[in-house]
Design a protein around this ligand. Structure first.
Ligand SMILES: Nc1ncnc2c1ncn2[C@@H]1O[C@H](COP(=O)(O)OP(=O)(O)OP(=O)(O)O)[C@@H](O)[C@H]1O
Ligand SMILES: [Mg+2]
Length: 586
């Protein structure tokens, strides 16, 4: 039986005992445990998991954990005292040792299986058994679920050691990738983009893992060496960690009738996803089939809005497979992500990601994940022809809804009440012909300039061979291009002026509004690199500084911060491995 929501907690959580009072384990308590699970969660070798929704797994603690960071914003939201992040028992639990936690916190965590579709194509052979039964949380272990201020949260260690889904890998995450994920989650939340949240980050003082990586200044596409890096554990938190790939795993089993309970397990996980992520919008009293159709409609709304938000802030997820697509419609898995410097529709930091997961192709990648999601739901509607038809309509309507979200987003970025196709198309062409810093351009436009001088701050003069032949236009004929920019700006100004008149809004008000849509500070990779490099020798001051700056991305902040973080990417950083592109070795 799942505990009902507790009343709003007024008490500050200062100890693990306080935290224990909030425990409420819905995933483990309402779903099926793998019948082959090992006792006490000692299940750390790759094996096939044929049934059940989770495997109980005890995380493997990192040795000699040291505090790196916690999210004070999120702590405040949860009512956690900051002091707790450095307290011995909290550090112990969130660096993977849950053997001494106070009851009713459990001394075993859980890992889940999921399937993988890449750009809508089903993959089965990604696990060592070539069946898909060994694929899932290979190094992510959930350790706690609680209801806090009427919100249910799951806490999951990333890099928490091997699980049956580890595929022979070490179950670890290194400090570099953990810092990237930790900072990015905090930043995305502050940008107003739905995301899993950062709770805490601890590093081992002694334990290391080997990863392929780039030598200093390397221009190689793929890593050219192995580095030994400290292992770390970040704890991320979300209403649930249910992924499209997870529904797919059960959907595929139901479709193929792999075992007698397959369809029931699918229904259970889908209803659980609704309970965890959509309880406020899907009425508990409806039939399962009605709930499934509503789930598809609501998820479509969240997913399309998420993608529009990604593009608004210049974010490219990089590896948007179905297993990295959260059913709750928030950003999950900050592996090979990146924020674009120069606007480029094909921007993609991950060397393995290709065009399909690139910046402006993300709406199509999302549509592919949505298709996988709908396919997973279908077995539940097999005897409800009318609902199946509704699901088809929801699926086929994806691109229209996506387009509407994109147009609303572009209009908001441009400070306009409606989308103007012609103005936008001209801008896109200009941005393809002039190397423009995406963030600085829109932020400068948010000052509502009447000439292009402020916008020129966002123009790159040269960045070597990364420059496309189109972008050369600005270099070869700057005056012509500047004239075209001026013409565009005049058109834009006349449109915002008529909007302002219609809305009785001043230019100042418009500027304020636009600055809440167009961030000033973005977590560019070349800010993060020195922070994790410094952290590798135990100095976390740049991590702290970035945390501080990037959790107020819309604020003007000080002159010093502006000089340091509101800048074009230096030309020497283009094309450098780890700075401009990266492999998926985390
Ligand atoms: N070092 C590792 N040890 C064990 N499993 C791993 C390791 N690295 C990746 N995996 C697993 O490989 C799969 C694909 O990796 P991917 O990079 O998408 O995920 P991730 O960054 O580990 O995880 P998540 O999606 O949970 O943020 C995941 O299921 C992941 O758990
Ligand atoms: Mg992943």
């Amino acid at each position: 039986m799942i505990k009902p929501l507790s009343p709003v907690t007024l008490k500050t959580v200062t100890t693990l005992d306080d935290l224990a009072e909030l425990a409420s384990y819905s995933f483990m308590d309402s779903l099926n445990c793998d019948p082959d699970a090992k006792e006490n969660g000692a299940d750390h070798s790759p094996r096939q998991v044929f049934t059940g929704h989770y495997v109980p797994v005890s995380p493997t603690p990192i040795e000699e954990p040291e505090y790196v960071a916690h999210s004070s914003h999120f702590f405040r939201e949860l009512g956690f005292a900051d002091s707790m992040a450095k307290s011995a028992d909290f550090v112990r639990m969130f660096s993977g040792d849950i053997s001494q936690v106070p009851e009713p916190i459990r001394k075993v965590g859980w890992a889940t299986g999921y399937a993988l579709s890449i750009y809508g194509s089903e993959y089965f052979q990604q696990c060592p058994f070539q069946t898909g039964n060994g694929y899932g949380d290979g190094r992510a272990v959930s350790v706690f679920e609680a209801v806090i201020n009427e919100q249910r949260w799951e806490m999951q260690l990333k890099g928490g050691g091997r699980t049956p889904y580890c595929r022979g890998a070490d179950g670890r995450a290194v400090l570099r990738s953990s810092i990237r994920e930790f900072l990015a989650q905090d930043h995305m939340h502050s940008l107003g983009v739905p995301t899993s949240r950062s709770l805490s980050l601890y590093v081992s003082k002694t334990q290391k893992a080997k990863r392929p990586w780039y030598s200093q200044g390397s221009l190689s596409i793929d890593p050219d060496m192995y580095v030994s890096e400290a292992v770390a554990i970040t704890t991320r938190v979300a209403p649930s960690f249910i992924r499209v790939g997870q529904l797919e795993l059960f959907g595929r089993r139901a479709r193929k009738q792999e075992h007698p309970n397959a369809k029931q397990e699918l229904e259970q996980i889908v209803l659980h996803a609704i309970f965890r992520e959509y309880a406020d919008v899907i009425d508990q009293k409806l039939s399962s089939a009605e709930k499934v159709v509503l789930l598809a409609r609501e998820f479509r709304g969240r997913l399309t809005s998420l993608i529009a938000n990604w593009i608004r802030v210049g974010f490219c997820q990089g590896n948007f497979n179905s297993d990295n697509c959260a059913v709750g419609g928030f950003t999950l898995d900050y592996g090979p992500f990146g924020f674009c410097d120069v606007f480029n529709p094909h921007f993609q930091s991950w060397t393995g990601g290709g065009h399909h997961f690139s910046f402006l192709n993300q709406p199509v990648a999302a549509q592919q994940n949505f298709q996988s999601f709908c396919t997973a739901l279908r077995p539940l509607l097999a005897s409800h022809q009318d609902y199946l038809l509704q699901l088809d309509e929801i699926q086929s309507g994806f691109s229209k809804v996506m387009q509407t979200q994109m147009q609303e987003m572009w209009a908001a970025k441009l400070g306009l009440s409606t989308f103007h196709g012609e103005l936008f198309n001209e801008l896109e062409t200009l941005m393809a012909q002039t190397p423009v810093d995406y963030t600085i351009f829109f932020r400068e436009l948010s000052t509502v300039p009447d000439n292009i001088e402020p916008l020129k701050k966002s123009f790159y003069q040269d960045f070597g061979s990364s420059m496309t032949s189109m972008q050369e236009s600005y270099k070869t004929a700057p005056e012509v291009m500047q004239q075209r920019w001026s013409l565009w700006l005049t058109k834009w100004n006349s449109l915002v002026n008529s909007d302002n008149t219609a809305l009785s809004r001043s230019r100042d008000e418009l500027s304020k509004q636009m600055k809440l849509v167009n961030p000033k500070y973005i977590l560019r990779e070349w800010f993060v690199v020195p922070a994790y490099q410094q952290a590798s020798s135990g100095n976390y001051s740049l991590v702290r500084e970035l945390q501080d700056v990037m959790t107020q991305p819309y604020a003007e902040q000080s002159k010093d911060i502006e000089d340091k973080y509101y800048r074009l990417k230096p030309s020497e950083f283009f094309e450098v491995g780890g700075l401009s592109h990266l492999s998926c070795s985390s």
